[in-house]
Each structure stands twice: as structure tokens, then as C-alpha cells.
Design a protein around this ligand. Structure first.
Ligand code: ZN
Length: 135
């Protein structure tokens, strides 16, 4: 099953500029910043109350974030749900007919194993499953 919303991802053109904006919005600074080299993205994480927000900036024109912003502009990019067993959830959701962008979980930002579902199979919403890597 899908647990709580782990974070919401927001695509931004320029994280340095967006950090100023989100610092003011949340009245706090990011708790983590991390480059995910395989995805060509720079991620910036905020925590406000129980909610985590991930800003994503493309670091290369081939990045999925660059393509997303070209098509749709800046804005909400994905919703990530925490799962206890990402492999079991992928198997379950595939059996329900959902399509994955990556069926094999990969290392994401913030010490997580992640898998993205194709938005075409979920009413246009890009859903990320993420499981905390223990130890
Ligand atoms: Zn994410």
C-alpha cells in the first residue's frame, strides 16, 4: 500500500532564485541540497510542518525536468508516496495495469529508493514511490 505523501516535487528553472522565494514562503531554509547526477538534476529539500517539498532544477538540457519545463513551464511536477516495500508495490501496481517509467527502483535523492509511474496511467499525475534506504 501507499503510505503518506513523502514529498511534493516542484520543477523550477533556477533553484537559487526559487530558494529565496521558498525561504520567504516557509520562513525556513532548505535542510538539504543534493545533486542527482544520473538524472541531471539539482534537488533542494524543505520541511514545513510534516510536509516535505523538493525543488528540482535541471542541470542539463537532456534532463526530464528541462523537458517538463519546456512543455509545461515551472510548477508542480510529482507527488511522492512513501512505501515500505517498493518491489512489492511495483508488482502490485503493474498487476493493476499501471505503467512505470522505471520498473527497477533506482537510487534517488534524500537516501531513497525510487520508482516513477507513467502519468498517462494515473490521470496525468506523475507519481513517485519511495522507500527509505535503511542503514
Ligand atoms: Zn521526488
Amino acid at each position: 500500500m501507499l503510505n503518506n505523501i513523502e514529498h511534493i516535487g516542484i520543477a523550477v528553472k533556477n533553484a537559487d532564485e526559487s530558494i529565496q522565494l521558498f525561504n520567504a514562503l516557509f520562513n525556513t531554509k532548505p535542510y538539504k541540497e543534493e545533486a542527482v547526477l544520473s538524472e541531471h538534476v539539482r534537488t533542494v529539500f524543505y520541511k514545513t510542518g510534516e510536509t516535505k517539498i523538493e525543488l528540482l532544477q535541471a542541470t542539463h538540457e537532456d534532463s526530464a525536468i528541462a523537458k517538463f519545463i519546456d512543455k509545461k513551464g515551472e510548477g508542480m511536477h510529482h507527488i511522492a508516496f512513501a512505501v515500505n516495500d517498493i518491489y512489492a508495490e511495483i508488482t502490485r501496481l503493474k498487476a493493476e495495469g499501471f505503467v512505470f517509467i522505471n520498473e527497477t527502483p533506482k537510487q534517488g535523492a534524500d537516501n531513497k529508493l525510487i520508482a516513477f509511474m507513467h502519468p498517462k496511467s494515473s490521470n496525468g499525475v506523475l507519481i513517485e514511490l519511495c522507500q527509505e534506504i535503511k542503514g
